[in-house]
Design a binder for this molecule. Structure first.
Ligand code: B12
Ligand code: SF4
Ligand code: SF4
Length: 363
């Protein structure tokens, strides 16, 4: 939309204020054509099979790799960061092997709901503010699930850079933040892209329990514990199971070690505060479908369903080294879900010293 530059500059200032008042920790704007390298890297990622069972990553790649193809009328991409920084050490739970390690991002309410609600509020404000100066505006809001590459867009909008672990890191934000996008037909003034500030650091690459980084800045999702515990259906490759440790939903290791997190902005949204905690594995292994749904209502954990969740719990019990947990996993041997039953067999064998990869250490 063409409008006087001064009008757009003023709208931009007020948009930034509104986004901060709404609770976002940072905001930046880039052009829809600001990520020309992303499509090729996405193509290489998919061609290498690095998306594993996430078949949706291989679909609509023309849109995902190029925001101008997704919505040709868009003139600006407003990128927003929402902090969820933990107030505790996310790695501490890894030493309590009879308890479940649940990633910080999944401790509270589902971020998809919280971020989307906020994005829509800011978007509605933008449309109304543009209307007041007689500039028609349209918007579309995205968080996570649309074919949009949020990290390169976030870097182009100046929110941070894609670190060697591939996630976005900000100088003041650290890396504990979610991303959301507002595409708009308004031609707002743009920000400068942020530059890479990883330097010679490689802490995230070295800590990864499964060796999921084939090279700095590249991930093979098939080896990432976040993928294995959340996205992967059916049995996990036995060679990777010991490295899961007690992580039953997501993994925080590569973010937790990043030195830039000492500057991390505090989480403004109380919805992300610890709710799930680190429950005993014994308790979680007993969940049936109804109990699982009731316990994780409103949580992102609910998305993976009871079977995948209990499969993960069984792997964690296998890795616990705690023989008192044997009866809790024994019950799962006859589970109707084949992956749960397989995980239970594996856990029993590992606890009795008959199976698994006893020499690997984890967390
Ligand atoms: C698929 C996906 C996953 C997959 C794959 C991860 C991945 N890195 O692609 C899995 C399930 C493993 C995953 C895990 C996690 N995810 Co995730 N995920 C996504 C999703 C839906 C798409 C990401 C994507 O496009 N991947 C495809 C690859 C090709 O793109 P890319 O990672 O940007 O790859 C770039 C680099 O490889 C780089 N590159 C390649 N070669 C080279 C070479 C050089 C020299 C350089 C400089 C760069 C470079 O270029 C590529 C393009 O920019 C986004 C949401 C979205 N719609 O964007 C969330 C998202 C990235 N995830 C997020 C989060 C929070 C996580 C976890 C931390 C959750 C957890 N605690 O368990 C972990 C982190 C694991 C990790 N180290 O990445 C956040 C990240 C926020 C942030 N601050 O960056 C996002 C943005 C969701 C959101 N809306 O907030 N995720
Ligand atoms: S989330 Fe965990 S498993 Fe995945 S890349 Fe980071 S450290 Fe590795
Ligand atoms: S841990 Fe080091 S290499 Fe990894 S993202 Fe942070 S600064 Fe970059």
């Amino acid at each position: 939309m063409t409008a006087p530059a001064g009008q757009m500059a003023d709208l931009r200032v007020r948009l930034f204020e509104t986004a901060r008042e709404a609770g976002f920790s940072a905001i930046g704007i880039c052009a829809p054509d600001a990520i020309p390298g992303a499509a090729g890297r996405l193509a290489a990622f998919v061609a290498g099979g690095r998306h594993g069972q996430m078949g949706w990553m291989a679909e609509r790649t023309a849109w995902r790799g190029d925001p101008t193809a997704l919505w040709p009328e868009a003139r600006s991409v407003v990128m927003l960061a929402e902090a969820y920084s933990p107030e505790y050490d996310p790695m501490a739970v890894l030493a309590h092997r009879d308890r479940a390690a649940v990633s910080c991002y999944a401790q509270g309410r589902d971020y998809h709901d919280l971020v989307k609600k906020r994005l829509k509020a800011v978007g509605r404000w933008l449309i109304a503010a543009a209307e007041k100066v007689s500039v028609p505006a349209e918007i579309k809001v995205f968080v996570d699930t649309a074919p949009v590459m949020e990290k390169p867009l976030g870097q182009a909008a100046g929110l941070g850079w894609q670190g060697k672990h591939t996630n976005l890191v900000g100088r003041e934000l650290g890396s504990w933040f979610f991303l959301g996008a507002i595409f708009t037909t308004l031609d707002l003034p743009k920000d400068l892209a942020e530059e890479d500030r990883c330097g010679s650091c490689r802490a995230c690459l070295d800590i990864c329990p499964t060796g999921a980084f084939p090279a700095p800045y590249q991930i093979d999702a098939r080896r990432c514990i976040s993928y294995l515990t959340i996205e992967h259906r059916g049995p996990v490759d036995p060679s990777l199971r010991p490295a899961l440790g007690n992580r039953i939903y997501g993994c925080d290791d590569c973010l937790a070690v990043c030195p830039w997190n000492k500057f991390a902005a505090a989480a403004g949204e109380i919805g992300y505060a610890v709710k799930v905690g680190a429950p005993p594995l014994a308790e979680l292994a007993a969940l049936d479908d109804a109990a699982f749904r009731a316990r994780f209502a409103g949580s992102p954990i609910k998305r993976i369903g009871r079977d995948r969740f209990v499969r993960n719990v069984a792997y964690a019990i296998g890795n616990s080294g705690d023989p008192t947990l044997v009866p809790h996993v024994q019950r799962l041997v006859c589970d109707p879900d084949a992956a749960v039953s397989d995980a239970a067999h594996w856990a029993l064998a590992r606890l009795s010293g008959r199976g698994g990869d006893q020499d690997r250490t984890e967390g």
